[in-house]
Design a protein around this ligand. Sequence first.
Ligand code: URP
Ligand code: ZN
Length: 463
Amino acid sequence: MGIVLKGGRIITAADSYEADIKIEGEKIVAIGDNLECEGDKVVSVAGCYLLPGGIDPHTHFDLDVGSTITADDFESGTRAAIVGGTTTIIDFATQNKGETLKKALQNWNEKAKGKCYCDYGFHMAITDWNESICNEMGDMIKEGVPSFKMYMAYKNTLQVDDGSIFRALKKSSEIGALIGFHCENGDVIDVLVNEAKSKGNTSPKYHSETRPAEAEKEAVFRAIQLGELASVPVYIVHLSSKEALSIAMEARKRGAEVYVETCPQYLLLNDSYYDPKGEDEFSGAKYVMSPPLRKSDDQKSLWKGLKFNEIDTVATDHCSFNYKGQKDIGIKDFSKIPNGAPGVENRMALLYTYGVATGAITENQWVSLTSTNAAKLFGLFPQKGTIQVGSDADIVVWDPEYRGVITAENQIQNVDYNPYEGFDQRGKVLHVFLRGGQIVVNSNIVSKSPDGIYLHRKPFSKK
Ligand code: URP
Ligand code: ZN
């Protein structure tokens, strides 16, 4: 006995066509016409698109940033994810100073276990390097964690030095790992932040002024060069600026293996949000994230980057803090505002509305950017990231006719604002299947218990 999704239009990264999908157990077992047998449940999806479930490879749920903990934990964050069409998230397990990677992974397993409404995996963020951590990188592969992150920013907390980066890169090729880099020059930013504060410049707009695009460009250049020196690929997380993208594209032209991620906030919001005219000056804190929002010229260049396949993935960097009670920790000092913003619930719809519906990207690019490329880069393809026989039945039924507006009032994510408040939305998630189980029905979550499982991912191999 199976489920047949009947009358829809399948969209994958490669093509779009009309066909029915048959699900048995957790898998897609057939694609074609007249698939139903006696006893099958038939779900009419006429007029809808059928997409592989979204994969968001950059979230921070239940993250303790020292002064506070993110507003979304794994329960609320993954609930919002699946309602928004994302069936897999990859969060960042983050090593505390002095801690083993094994302990960090155990911490994140405990935070997530039994709480996730969608499937999940972890990257490992290395913040404290030594030879035993180097050896432990191989152990992470055995645990299904083939991707790492290193921060070139956040001096004195998360930032690592170039020697550590270079040694980790060399190790990554031995073990089949891909390392992602947060590219901003943390030492330069530290100087600029201290200068701003010594002049009494404490409002949120100084967050952006003290993290210039040049500091990102320099770090992107350095990460790529270190990757070239070690002869390994690098993945740039949340790339935000035109200049940084050109550096990555120049490197690709000379043969460097560089993968680029951006986020909806860098495509759709710009630095004018730090200078709210006629509004409370502190409301710019809602947009305090790193890297900061850039100029409209940067946004244009990122959209071009999507169109010409320069950018591989659109993730969210979902890292939510309430405006009241969390962001206001930094009311007197912008450098104390917890960094990050929500987005996991809105990613698929934002890319459809401002990408596909405007003609900026094709519907197939929408799928590759929000699902397929992440599956390939992070060891999940073809189990996830496509609609084909044998793949997990992670399927989003998308209603392209819907028209609405994004508001915090109607959101599922557990935070008191939405950075896209008042933005028009075209199209919406109607139903979501996770490994064959229907979790979302008519845009509402029906699952009583969190059914997401930990994904043991395969080692990195070229896309
Ligand atoms: O502002 C951000 N992005 N916060 C989350 C941590 C990070 O830098 O990725
Ligand atoms: Zn992040």
